[in-house]
Structure formats: structure tokens, C-alpha cells
Design a protein around this ligand. Structure first.
Ligand code: YCP
Ligand code: CO
Length: 284
């Protein structure tokens, strides 16, 4: 696993509580990347380079980020961001609110030009439960509240919350270039070392595989989103590489023999995994 925890920050609960409640209640959300989610997953943009409230797109360029008009009143969160990270290299800070939902397996930064400085994503969960998991390739892990994580979003990854209590995680994207990831944390003494919570999963046995194949008997244009919802979550509890998700959806569409569905799934895999242009959307 290339993602790793940089350590645990002390959070100030009384100051955090009202801002967390405002984030969960917020309806100034960004629709960017909404084709990657199934269920209740919302993004509130906290810092960006355009100054517009709901612009949550990652974009190239040299401009540093600043709090959006809506996020300016978040004294505690803005202070936390400023005191912990090197904001001169920050390009985008979002709060991802996830309540009973899943991100469809995908890779990020595919849309950035090859000459862009290397992007680096840090996560800081500020509310979570044990039902909230993240994944990367063949690993599944839980990020604790207050833990600062480097997530290698260029690899195939996903996140899910199988409960109903909202998980809120700050997602900070930096233009890192050739510098070391650790340099993004300005005051490293504030981070307490932690051992990451890696999730052990049960084996994916033959019977379960046969069940997966039998989904071809029921998948159709009316229900394929529900099938995707189910399939995107399998690797969180069965020991299987996340990339198998792409094989499953293409094989199921093909076994179902529906031309339109085959084209849709082929195109979706291309979009999620290999090749995406800036501003490109995918109509699921
Ligand atoms: C993530 N990927 O993995 C981001 C959020 C969709 C694309 C938006 O957190
Ligand atoms: Co992602």
C-alpha cells in the first residue's frame, strides 16, 4: 500500500463541533465528480483558487488557494489548515461528507497535463465511525479521526460508509512537485505517531464468485446502478483487488448481451481507470 498515515493531530472538540454541524447541514455543495459516487456523498469546497463557493474541480496552474466565501466563517477549521499544512502549495481543500454511500473505484489526476507539478492528496477525517473504510488496490483501511493520511489517489481507490452516521473528511490537494510529502506538514511535532488500522477481509470463495457471475441474469438498463452499488462495496469485505470491479462490470454487461449496456460499461471503465479530459463528465 502506498498510502500512509503521517500521524495523529489533537482536535479541539468544543471549537470543532459547531463547524462540523455546519458542514453536515451545508447545501452549498459541489457537483464536480458526482458520477463517482453512489448514495449520499457530498462535497463542500473550503479552499480553492477561483474564489467561487462550489468550484470543487482540481485544476492546474500556480495560483494558491484561499477560503471560499462560504468557508470564511470556519475559524477553527481554517486555523487548523493554516497551522498544520503548507498552504502556499495548497490548491484545493474540500470536506467530503459521506453518509451511507460508496465511491465507485477510480483513479484521480488523470485529467491533469503531464507537465503539471506532481499533485499530492492529504486527508484528515474530522468525524468517522468504524463503518467508514478506504481502499487502495489490494488493501482496505480505516482512517481514524484526527489522523493525517497521504492517499495515493493516482492508484485505484474507493471509500465507503456502510452506516448512517456521517463521516466528514478534509481532503487537501497540494502541488507538491519533487518535494517530500512530509514537507507539507509545517509543524510535524504536533503529529503523534500511530499504527494504521488495516482491515482483514474474508476470502472470496467460489460460491461467492458464482453468485457474482449470476448477476448477469438480472442486470439491465433499469437496475445497473444498483448492481454497481453492490459491486463497488464487495472488496471492502471480501479479500479481492479493487481492480476486479472493472472486470466484473464489463463481463456482466457482456454476459447479459445488452449492446447499450456493454458500451456504457466499457466507456465508464475507460473514464474511471485510464483516460479522462479536463471537465469531462460521464452520464451514468
Ligand atoms: C476522492 N475522487 O477519491 C475524490 C473525490 C471524486 C474523485 C471526488 O476522494
Ligand atoms: Co478519488
Amino acid at each position: 500500500m502506498r498510502s500512509f498515515s503521517l500521524g495523529m493531530l489533537e482536535l479541539d472538540d468544543p471549537r470543532l463541533a459547531p463547524e462540523l454541524a455546519a458542514l453536515i447541514a451545508c447545501n452549498v455543495t459541489s457537483e464536480a465528480y458526482s458520477e463517482f459516487k453512489i448514495g449520499n456523498w457530498r462535497t463542500v469546497v473550503l479552499w480553492n483558487t477561483s474564489g467561487r463557493d462550489n468550484n470543487g474541480l482540481i485544476a492546474g496552474g500556480e495560483v494558491t488557494a484561499r477560503p471560499t466565501p462560504w468557508a470564511q466563517s470556519f475559524d477553527y477549521l481554517n486555523e487548523l489548515i493554516e497551522q498544520t499544512f503548507d498552504v502556499s502549495r495548497l490548491r484545493l481543500a474540500r470536506a467530503h461528507v459521506l453518509e451511507d454511500g460508496v465511491l465507485i473505484p477510480h483513479r484521480d489526476f488523470l485529467e491533469l497535463a503531464p507537465d503539471e507539478p506532481r499533485w499530492c492528496r492529504l486527508h484528515l477525517p474530522i468525524a468517522t465511525t468504524s463503518a467508514c473504510l478506504h481502499s487502495e488496490e489490494d488493501s482496505v483501511f480505516h482512517m481514524r479521526r484526527g489522523e493525517v493520511w497521504f492517499l495515493d489517489a493516482s492508484l485505484t481507490h474507493s471509500a465507503c460508509n456502510s452506516g448512517v452516521t456521517p463521516r466528514v473528511s478534509l481532503c487537501l490537494d497540494f502541488a507538491l512537485g519533487d518535494a517530500a510529502i512530509e514537507t507539507l506538514v509545517v509543524d510535524r511535532d504536533r503529529l503523534r505517531p500511530t499504527t494504521p488500522v488495516v482491515i482483514a477481509r474474508e476470502p472470496l470463495d467460489r460460491q461467492f464468485r458464482a453468485g457474482l457471475r449470476s448477476l448477469a441474469k438480472l442486470i439491465n438498463r433499469a437496475n445497473y446502478r444498483e448492481v454497481l452499488n453492490f459491486l463497488a462495496r464487495v472488496h471492502f469485505y471480501k479479500a479481492v483487488d479493487i481492480n476486479e470491479f472493472f472486470t466484473w462490470i464489463v463481463e456482466l454487461a457482456s454476459a447479459a448481451g445488452d449492446r447499450e449496456l456493454i458500451t456504457k460499461m466499457d466507456g465508464f471503465v475507460q473514464f474511471l481507470r485510464y483516460d479522462r479530459n479536463m471537465y469531462q463528465r460521464y452520464a451514468l
